[in-house]
Design a protein around this ligand. Sequence first.
Ligand code: AGP
Length: 600
Amino acid sequence: MCGIIGYNGKEKVIPILIDGLKSLEYRGYDSAGIAYFKNNNIEMTKEVGRIKELEKIIKDEAAYIGIGHTRWATHGKPNKTNAHPHKVGTVTLVHNGIIENYESLKEELQKKGYHFLSDTDTEVAAGMLDDTLKSSKDMIEALSTVQSIFTGSYAFGILLDQEPDTLYAMKKDSPLIIGVKEDGYFIASDIPAILNYTKDYILLDDFDIVKIKDQQLTIYHDGKEIKHEVQTFAYDEETAQKDGYPHYMLKEIHEEPRVLEKTIKPFLENGTTSLLKNLPDISTYRHIDIVACGSAWHAGMIGKSLIEKYGKLPVQCHIASEYRYQPLFLDEKCLVIFISQSGETADTLASLKIAKEHGAHTLAIVNVASSSIARAADEVILTQAGCEIAVATTKAFDAQVAILSLLAFRTAIDKNEIDSKEIEQILEDYERLIKLTEKLIEQKDYEQIADHIYEKEDIFYLGRQIDYALSLEGSLKLKEISYIHCDAYAAGELKHGTISLVEQDTPVITIVTDEKIASKTISNMKEVRARGSYNILITTEMLDFKSDVYQDKIVLPTVHPMVMPMLTVIPLQLLAYYVALKRGCDIDKPRNLAKSVTVE
Ligand code: AGP
């Protein structure tokens, strides 16, 4: 996934490009570049590393049309040659996505005498467009033609030598929006890139072709001019700043109580269950799949556990990059729930389209209302996490879990699977959730434990059932921002191989919140302790116990299992944060990662 920005208007373009790229750095930051018209010629500057490296070498020019790109390498190493923009013939372009058939196209173009300098699919796309333009009446026809040539995904920003007053753009399966201002237009991968200039934007559909010339915007689709509605982004100034926190991740963890309150409130107003009917009724389907990636998949596993345990409905939970290639037995009696913070994850979006082709009903749980997944799904539930900047998801994950918990709660009530006493208990614990979350966040245990483990090379997480799903999330959080090798195991599984890796002082973090299987998991703690592990127990006040089987512990308030996961994840997030902090890692923008994985 990469970040694209472009502009054509009355303001100087270079500051706009650099500012936009800085806002898009969360999408990829191994190299960057810009291209712009100066005296009707295209100037290009590229650099490896962060945007600030590019900023050091660019000049402040009187230029008003240009494109910019920040890269997360998919084809070819992060270096200047592979950095975008790429120029072939008269075409200069930036690209987010993957042209899957680029190798065969490259061979075809090389036979026609084209030479390529980089290892990228993007440079081949520029060459193909250049070649197609030679036999097209104009650029719009050429762009329409390559839509049937390219396979894969793309969002392009394009300049043509022969049209120094025009900016072109086109998209398929990669996000691209138009920013609208009275004296010019922007193209961008995501809204943050244009918010310093305008809050008005247009969402593009796949295969839209954009032409911006003389401050005029024209959008074509299937060869005809079309119009899209101009929307205004409900911009929350406070969300976009760090508010004095050292990192967005820590700020976003501190926002979790408010996020949970905003996410739950529409469905549990005044401590009654009457508004749960505002959630979809999932009890009528023959089969339910949950499909997601990364942390969203972990949230899905928690949802599966709760819906099965309390809603008494069978649920399968799948990794989207697997789901999209496996045999599916779906029909209109099936429900497929897609979970995605960004709403742009390529594998999740592709799986959604396949589920729809099978006739299944699709429900998206997303954090971005205007996202591709939200727009493609039959039904959408919005998490109220607000803009999440840190690559490691925290508040959005907790909000996803809250929605899934509420879906399980509604299903359990609809199917009379829980009695009024348990309903009252759950409602009471939802009421307490906000204050309990605030208290957990303020606890100081996390930094002390981080002191013990931040220099380790391997750290293991253990859990059973829902605590296994949470241990997966704890492990991912820690590894993605601290770069320590972490793995999560179903507690009973460790002795089937992995225990061979446990050495003296290897940290093993075990989550025990389920009373019914607590003793089994504690036995697993004894097994690793016998091999010298440094055991850290995460448990509840009710299950707390004194023992030398653990060397450190975090005790959580005891709440109903329907509410417990939203609390358990807090120490996992803060532990990861403080370990990464002690290791001096780039917490908000960890290496090799991006906030929105819009490529396969
Ligand atoms: C989580 O901290 C990671 N950033 C990553 O696993 C993320 O959850 C995954 O890429 C899915 O993203 P999505 O929720 O935007 O689809």
